[in-house]
Design a protein around this ligand. Structure first.
Ligand code: ADP
Ligand code: MG
Length: 220
């Protein structure tokens, strides 16, 4: 069984056909990299995989759930529990500490109690080398540290899949490499599955698969 299966995904903006029928299957524990020129539709596709946007045609199954057939409320819950997101700009909330930011997704569905959320958040920060940064505000952290807090936040609810859109696009090469190594560590130790849009060819080369999106199609 594939963890994720997208079939025949089409998306247009006005008269612009961005995605022209894209299929993707991802197995548990795979790290899949998607590269391609700017404007190719990579972010659009990732947003659809993450249920943040809907295709005009096509379907997405995650763990055998046909995601877009769910009611909006169920879909929001599914998204928060099953999908972790990492973006190029960490989008941490400036007035909250690293720990509070990391814990944020735990409070959304209300299925975890406060103590467990904090425990999970602390455990993740420690694993990501941020134990002594837990009470710092984002502005008191380096770029690499901020992005690792974003990784902790993405992992808080133990998602089935992590979707990352140019996660190292704003980091220097040293911090980028550290972040990439972290992804593979999470895959090796926990079987975490990743789909990563990137311009970083070192990361793409390390991935299990490197796919190219171009002209609205996915080229192997
Ligand atoms: P990539 O991530 O590969 O750079 P995007 O998925 O962001 O590409 O964008 C693909 C194309 O769709 C681009 O031409 C972009 O301008 C267009 N596009 C993206 N989002 C929107 C939107 N909300 N409304 C209109 N056009 C959009
Ligand atoms: Mg993009």
């Amino acid at each position: 069984m594939n963890l994720l299966r997208a079939s025949g995904i089409r998306r247009t903006y006005g008269s612009l056909q961005v995605l022209k029928g894209i299929d993707l299957e991802v197995e548990q524990g795979e790290v899949v990299a998607i590269v391609g020129p700017s404007g190719a539709g990579k972010s659009t596709f990732l947003h659809i995989l993450g249920t943040l946007d809907r295709p005009e045609q096509g379907s997405v199954f995650i763990e055998d759930v046909n995601v877009f057939t769910q009611k909006d409320k169920d879909l929001a819950r599914f998204r928060n529990e099953k999908i972790g997101f990492i973006f190029q700009f960490h989008n941490l909330l400036a007035e909250f500490t690293a720990l509070e930011n990391a814990c944020m997704p735990g409070y959304i569905n209300g299925s975890m109690n406060e103590k467990d959320i904090l425990e999970r958040g602390k455990e993740l920060l420690e694993m990501l080398g941020l134990k002594d940064r837990a009470n710092h505000l984002p502005s008191q952290l380096s770029g690499g540290e901020q992005q690792r807090v974003a990784v902790a936040r993405a992992l808080l609810n133990k998602p089935s899949i992590v979707l990352a859109d140019e996660p190292s696009g704003n980091l220097d090469s040293h911090n980028a490499l550290e972040l990439h190594q972290l992804f593979f560590k999470l895959r090796d130790e926990f079987g975490q599955t990743f789909v990563i849009v990137t311009h970083n060819e070192d990361l793409a080369a390390m991935a299990d698969r490197r796919l190219v999106m171009q002209d609205g199609f996915m080229q192997p």
